[in-house]
Design a protein around this ligand. Structure first.
Ligand SMILES: Cc1ncc(C[n+]2csc(CCOP(=O)(O)OP(=O)(O)O)c2C)c(N)n1
Ligand code: SF4
Ligand SMILES: [Mg+2]
Length: 351
């Protein structure tokens, strides 16, 4: 993988967060993506979110598949654990890592090709099993890395750079995540950092499977008139359901909005998602209503963004499997392999 290392020099007056790190400590190598690629804005939002959450970088594991989007973990959180897996296989590798070490925060970064084509089955099962992770798809509607073929999220009727019309129906990952049981589902636009940063913070602190579909224009192959994933199209057709503020359990809670306009959602770790409703009837805790809302607006050609659904008390795969609180990777051989006697008892109990 090509990369350029950043100089290590730090200005001594750089602001630090509560755990003593500057924003620079959350950066990675210099990006080799095309100038203006939406994916770089998402990397910047991840850096900002982790710095503001006061996460120690070594507590994060970032995993990805293959694609321009899946290259991006090299460009943020340089001091975190990382695994660039095989095309479409990030969710299963992440599931294994999460089961072996539940103490890390898992960040899954993928592309629309990676997750909606070759990795669709993997995406589906990670969502339905409730693997605790922030799953971010950097959605540009094309296979950017292999030079701009339509991906499965390209809208029917949208036009390629060479003028071809996409005749296939689009896979809607947000609709699928809602249907499959993901407990935190959002959509954002890479060009709107104010919306994206709190959405990522909420996903990282969420107690179950969190999914964010980020429309991220590919300036090289999918940013022309006729594309529904271009900067101009998304800016013109964006319909935000709410403005979201993330308030950590340690921060003072201030009332900025008039009652009636605000929906406060407190997550299991005490953090608060404060949603200033742009549509008064929108309830982010109603999965069924979120699905209907999405479909109605999609039919009108609108790209709905914001926190679309959250179950604030979500649990995860570890709860479902009743796994040990102590991570497997922290156990010694006698704990991991308790011997023939225990195995015999277990087998007998299953007969
Ligand atoms: C098993 C396998 N099949 C195909 C490829 C070729 N390939 C590399 S990246 C890619 C698509 C990437 O598209 P996406 O996930 O949308 O990422 P983007 O580059 O658009 O960010 C494909 C088909 C591969 N690397 N491995
Ligand atoms: S080809 Fe597209 S997706 Fe890949 S780096 Fe360039 S602009 Fe980004
Ligand atoms: Mg893509």
């Amino acid at each position: 993988m090509t990369y350029i290392a950043k100089p290590r020099l730090r200005h001594p007056t750089l602001e630090t967060n509560k755990v003593g790190y500057t924003r620079r400590d959350y950066e990675g190598k210099i990006s080799t993506l095309c100038a203006g690629c939406g994916h770089d804005s998402i990397s910047a939002a991840i850096i900002q979110a982790c710095w503001e959450l006061d996460i120690e970088p070594h507590r994060v594991a970032k995993l990805s598949g293959i694609g321009c989007s899946s290259k991006t973990p090299d460009y943020f959180l340089g001091a975190s654990h990382g695994f660039n897996t095989v095309h479409g296989r990030m969710p299963s590798v992440l599931t294994g890592a999460n089961l072996a070490n539940r103490d890390l925060l898992y960040l899954g970064v993928s592309g629309d090709g990676d997750s909606a084509s070759i990795g669709l089955g993997q995406f589906a099962h990670a969502m339905r099993r409730g693997v605790r992770m922030a799953y971010i798809v950097e959605n540009n509607g094309v296979y950017g890395l292999t030079k701009g073929q339509f991906s499965a999220t390209a809208d029917q009727g949208s036009k390629s750079k060479k003028g071809a019309i996409n005749s296939d129906s689009a896979v809607d990952l947000v609709g699928m995540a809602l249907q499959l049981g993901a407990t935190y589902v959002g959509r954002a636009f890479s060009g709107n950092k104010a919306q994206l940063v709190p959405l990522i913070k909420g996903a990282i602190t969420h107690g179950g499977a969190a999914f964010i579909d980020v429309i991220s224009p590919c300036v090289a192959f999918n940013n022309h008139p006729g594309s529904t994933k271009s900067y101009d199209y998304v800016r013109e057709h964006n319909e935000a359901v709410s403005r979201i503020d993330f308030i950590s359990s340690r921060s003072e809670i201030t009332a900025e909005y008039a009652p009636g306009e605000v929906v406060d959602v407190r997550q299991h770790d005490g953090s608060l998602l404060r949603l200033r409703s742009l549509h008064r009837s929108y309830d982010p805790t109603n999965r069924h209503a979120a699905m209907i809302y999405m479909q109605e607006h999609q039919a009108r050609g609108e790209v709905v963004t914001g926190l679309l659904y959250v179950d604030p008390l979500a649990t995860d795969l570890h709860t479902a499997l009743n796994t040990s609180e102590q991570p497997l990777n922290a156990m010694d051989a006698t704990q991991l392999c308790p011997g023939a006697g225990v195995l015999e008892k277990l087998n007998a109990s299953l007969r």
